[in-house]
Design a protein around this ligand. Structure first.
Ligand code: C2E
Ligand code: MG
Ligand code: MG
Length: 587
């Protein structure tokens, strides 16, 4: 090597020697231990060196293969599915000096057996920077790939039912819808009404059995049309199927599932609610995400969940319009609050026989610049879902405190105002402190502010609510149980519930001449409340008959359209100045 140059023959023979050494090392099982072998290809000599011990994997004369561009030999050692990728990998025509790349492919190892190999190559340059040789490493990755495949399988499956899970369902469904652009698909979302009860009554093991059973039934039904359908367990008792939207097939599936559930040996009337969305041309052309299609099926399903009559709902224009209206509400709510579009209305509460106003309830109204007055029934449920209710309730509380402060400063007689506390506010641990701070800022005496907590919340979120109500009372705020009759509180529970006033809603307990039992119930509630020292107020009083009946059973106070509707503050102030109308004048 006097001039630093070595003849190609020398290089090759030295390399051959080295490889002979490697051969010996193989005997000492090092190569086997590492599951690797190396192939070297020289661009100049066109010589391809393959570890002789591994020729069984890479057999054939590679050198000649490349020269003659005869790629048939690849096909003998590479699994058919991987041939194309391997050919592209070994196309050295565009390979640059210094470049490295790697791939995974399945190579022949013995009769009918192919194993995964990770193939990596690096192209080395000569001293002039020209590409000289490629060093290729084959590493057996069978075990690694096996683990990976298992992991992939596990990640794609729901461990309980072995059905595809939500992620893999969404992927498969997207591919399927895109691959069959001419087909309209039905996305069917389903779950069991009151599944929680099954777990509670029969234990979670039995609950799991029911879920597995449904999984089997869905697979039984959709299995034969697997090519054009997908299904999954979304979570808990929620399942989803996507299948071609043939109306009778869709109905057949739902009947099949419903009947299968009836046949399940459990003394519990299991009923499934189904929500169906049928894809349209626009979904395909605009590639609407599967999650959105599923949301639409869910919106339809919500309209029949726990309903006694209907168990199947299709997403239609009514639901679409409601969703659009909700979207508008959500997109405008923040700006509306900033620009004073929300206003507090007051609905007077009065003594029925004297007609005297004894207080009021603050009820929010959205005065929309183009749509006019929007009633809380439309936006409160949306705000409860997205959490904005917390901000709105705080706004109402603040506006109410400001108002009371103004009245006090003007030297007026002030009657208590109650504000509603949404059930979502219950999860705010700082709620009471925020209320106290706000009330203190305007120096409002605590007995002039009351809080209305809805009865149904007492049933489901009891601990939070009990604690809140109790702490409110400790701070000398009055607490009302709103909408009494809407939930399932037993009369007995009234003993412990920390409230001062029971607000009975006639919507839920309507008195009527034909409904003697209803009247007896109402009578008993009023009597029991009076005996327990709870004040009672009845809301939703709409006519004189109701008012007189209520008076006859010992109920004195009411809030209702018959007396006053919710009104702007200025109007309320006017009402206070008017002479009250006694009930005998109203007859
Ligand atoms: P609620 O707290 O039970 O309020 C009473 C609702 O009954 C009011 O409806 C009122 O207008 C209505 N009402 C009063 N008297 C009668 C009557 O004689 N007949 C009939 N049919 N209805 C009567 P509104 O103002 O539409 O409020 C509906 C619900 O929205 C309220 O029920 C309350 O749950 C909620 N809400 C209203 N304002 C607020 C608020 O500022 N914050 C929160 N969290 N909820 C509010
Ligand atoms: Mg209320
Ligand atoms: Mg109410």
């Amino acid at each position: 090597m006097s001039n630093g140059q070595e003849s190609p023959e020398n290089v090759l023979s030295r390399r051959q020697e080295r490889w002979n050494e490697a051969d010996m090392l193989r005997d000492s099982r090092i190569l086997e231990h590492t599951h690797s072998f190396i192939v070297e290809y020289n661009f100049k000599t066109k010589y391809c060196f393959i570890d002789p011990a591994q020729l069984k994997h890479v057999y054939g004369d590679w050198q000649n293969d490349r020269k003659n561009n005869d790629e048939k030999n690849y096909r003998r050692v590479v699994l058919q599915d991987d041939v194309e990728a391997v050919e592209a990998f070994f196309d050295f025509s565009k390979l640059k000096a210094g470049e490295s790349r790697s791939m995974d492919a399945r190579f022949y190892v013995k009769a009918h057996v192919y194993e995964w190999f990770r193939v990596s190559l690096t192209c080395y340059a000569d001293e002039q920077g020209e590409k000289e040789r490629v060093l290729i490493t084959f590493t057996n990755a069978e075990q690694e790939m096996e683990t990976l495949q298992k992991l992939k399988f596990l990640l794609a499956k729901d461990p309980l039912t072995h059905m595809p899970n939500l992620d893999s369902f969404m992927q498969m469904t997207d591919q399927m819808i895109q691959a069959h652009k001419d087909l309209s698909y039905a996305i069917i979302r389903m779950d069991i009404d009151k599944f929680r009860m099954i777990n509670q009554m029969y234990g979670t093991k039995e609950g799991d059995n029911v879920l597995r059973y449904i999984g089997v039934k869905i697979q039984e039904w959709a299995g034969p049309i697997l090519e054009i359908s997908t299904y999954c367990r979304i979570s808990s008792d929620m399942f989803c199927v996507c299948m071609p939207a043939d109306a009778s097939d869709v109905q057949e599936l739902m009947d099949f599932i419903q009947n299968s559930l009836r046949a399940y040996p459990l003394k519990f009337d299991m009923i499934m609610s189904f929500g169906v969305y049928i894809t349209c041309e626009e979904d395909r052309s605009e590639h609407i995400p599967v999650s959105t299609l599923m949301d639409r099926a869910a919106s339809a399903q919500r309209t029949v969940k726990n309903s006694y009559r209907n168990h199947i709902a299709y997403y239609d224009n009514v639901i679409r319009k409601k969703e659009i209206a909700e979207q508008i509400i959500v997109s405008e709510m923040k700006k509306a609050l900033e620009t004073n579009q929300f206003q507090v209305y007051l609905q007077p509460k009065c003594e029925m026989d004297t007609g005297r106003i004894i207080g009021s309830e603050a009820l929010v109204r959205w005065i929309h610049p183009s749509q006019g007055i929007i009633s809380p029934g439309e936006f409160i449920p949306v705000f409860e879902k997205n959490g904005f209710i917390t901000e709105l309730d705080y706004f109402v509380l603040r506006a109410t405190c400001q108002l009371i402060r103004k009245w006090l400063d003007e030297g007026k007689k002030v009657y208590p105002v109650s504000v509603n506390v949404s059930r979502t506010d219950l999860y705010n641990p700082n709620l009471l402190d925020q209320i106290k701070d706000c009330v203190a800022e305007y120096e409002v005496p605590h007995d002039l502010i009351a809080f209305e907590l809805t009865e149904s919340a007492f049933v489901s979120d009891n601990m939070q609510l009990y604690n809140l109500a109790k702490r409110m009372q400790e701070n000398h705020f009055r607490v009302l149980m709103d909408d009494f009759g809407s939930g399932y509180s037993s009369l007995n529970s009234l003993r412990e519930i920390p409230v001062d006033i029971l607000k009975i809603d006639l919507k839920f307990l309507p008195p009527s001449q034909d409904d003697k039992r209803g009247n007896v119930i109402l009578h008993s509630i009023v009597e029991m409340a009076n005996r327990l020292g709870l004040e009672v107020i009845v809301e939703g009083v709409e006519n004189i008959e109701q008012a007189e009946f209520l008076l006859s059973i010992g109920c004195r106070n009411a809030q209702g359209f018959y007396f006053y509707r919710p009104m702007p503050v200025s109007e309320y102030e006017r009402c206070l100045e008017e002479k009250p109308i006694e009930i005998k004048e109203r007859r």
